[in-house]
Design a protein around this ligand. Structure first.
Ligand SMILES: Nc1nc2c(ncn2[C@@H]2O[C@H](COP(=O)(O)OP(=O)(O)O)[C@@H](O)[C@H]2O)c(=O)[nH]1
Ligand SMILES: [Mg+2]
Ligand SMILES: [Zn+2]
Length: 329
């Protein structure tokens, strides 16, 4: 039989199959192959045991979920104040994992400031992201909110306290997810969703409520790859004078030439993420150097003999390892 994992609890996997639910364990063979099963995975099962995992169309690590249709990034217009860099961080992570993206701005009841709404639309609408402004509290634009999620498996992510659980509750009065005021949440860790679960909110809407990719830094990819996460950069990425252009201050950079068309806030997010990626690259290079110098200390004579050729080779391996690490991520 075939089913989809909707919840994982220690060694137990809960599956949906043909409107029925099943509790399963995993076949030893699969465990030995070290194949991880994620919430959202489609699996074969037989007699209470999962026997095989179908190929995934996508996945997000931390929290691990697979086969989602889209990410709905929830922000608040106030309490907490809208943080554009944080929003770009979520967007760029979702772009990295190749997911469709929708943007929800909640707590719109707290703001009477149209300039914020205009700013949001002017930056993100041209990029092609669907946008809704909601209030879970006052029931504003909830139809639009449910519309963007119809017929899809959505991952809800966004900072803690922006109203994700409240929005889900407002879609279905039968749901009673715990909601907490921002001040109650100040002690770190108390609100972390440790395991995530696919929830059927209504006939047409399935949601995974997660803390999303919070607190992640862009320290897992090369600086050169950060530009690809910015949709507005993509048409120009291959037209810069230098192939390894980071679009910071290089001459002949086509992104810099287009800066008047690119939002200042977006470009400043880009610069920040590139810096994080640079740190990562430096760290990897540094670790590489450390290994080399330690080697020289203990095997001094041998080190002297290493030909330039071989050294080049080891550097290449380092780069390959780096790429492998990125792929594994
Ligand atoms: N004013 C206002 N408060 C809201 C709204 N949505 C949620 N809240 C409040 O914001 C706090 C955090 O909500 P919660 O749903 O727990 O956020 P989550 O951490 O993203 O799941 C709670 O005190 C909610 O009552 C809204 O639309 N307007
Ligand atoms: Mg919540
Ligand atoms: Zn450039």
């Amino acid at each position: 039989m075939k089913g989809q994992v909707y919840k994982i609890h220690s060694d137990f996997y809960y599956l949906n199959s043909d409107e029925k639910t099943y509790e399963c364990k995993v076949r030893e063979v699969l465990k030995k192959q070290d194949k991880k099963i994620y919430v959202g995975d489609f699996v074969e099962f037989d007699n209470g045991f999962i026997t095989d995992i179908s190929p995934r169309k996508n996945y997000i690590p931390r929290p691990s979920v697979a086969n989602v249709d889209q990410v709905v990034i929830v922000s608040a217009v106030r309490e907490p104040d809208l943080d554009f860099k944080q929003l770009d961080r979520y967007i760029s992570f979702a772009e990295y994992y190749g997911l469709d993206i929708k943007l929800c701005f909640n707590k719109n009841d707290l703001s009477s400031d149209d300039t914020l709404i205009e700013k949001v639309f002017s930056i993100y609408e041209p990029l092609g992201y669907d946008i809704v402004f909601t209030s879970a509290l006052e029931g504003l634009e909830l139809d639009a909110f449910s519309e963007i999620m119809e017929g899809k498996l959505s991952v809800l992510c966004g900072q803690s306290g922006v109203g994700k659980s409240s929005l889900i509750n407002s879609l279905n009065p039968d749901f009673d997810l715990r909601t907490k005021s921002v001040s109650e949440k100040t002690s770190r860790g108390t609100h972390t969703t440790r395991h995530c679960e696919i929830m059927k909110v209504s006939d047409k809407i399935t949601i995974i409520d997660t803390p999303g990719f919070s607190n992640l830094k862009f320290d897992f990819l090369l600086p050169i790859d950060v530009g690809k996460l910015f949709r507005e950069f993509r048409p120009y990425l291959n037209t810069c004078k230098y192939q390894d252009c980071l679009h910071l201050q290089e001459d002949g950079c086509s992104i810099l030439e287009k800066l008047d068309e690119i939002s200042t806030a977006r470009y400043s997010s880009y610069v920040a993420f590139v810096e994080e990626a640079k740190e990562y690259k430096e760290r990897v290079k540094f670790q590489g150097k450390k290994i080399e110098s330690r080697y020289k200390q203990t095997h001094n004579k041998t080190a002297v003999k290493i030909s330039a050729n071989k050294r080049q080779g080891s550097r290449r391996t380092l780069k390959q390892d780096l790429y492998k690490e990125i792929d594994d991520e």
